[in-house]
Write a new protein. Sequence first.
Length: 96
Amino acid sequence: LMMAESGNKRILFLDKDKRIASQFPLTVQNPHPHRDTRLVRHTPQDTFLVCHESDLTIREYKRDGSIIWEYPIGTKVYSAVRLKNGNTLIGAGDGN
């Protein structure tokens, strides 16, 4: 089970007994306990697309917490999905 924690700024992996098996930190430049992470998706490449609503940025992470790439969009970001062709579809809000 994968779980993203806002406030603590991390992704956790729990075992079948709901104990922390592993974890890695997230990079958050504008901490806010309700907007650090909006949505996290695991990709087929075993990476993680994370929407950082308060940073107005999407980041893709490896399992060790290192950032593969980031894309600031200048408005609140609510979703990111890796498409089969390898592109990333980004969903934003606030009328932009």
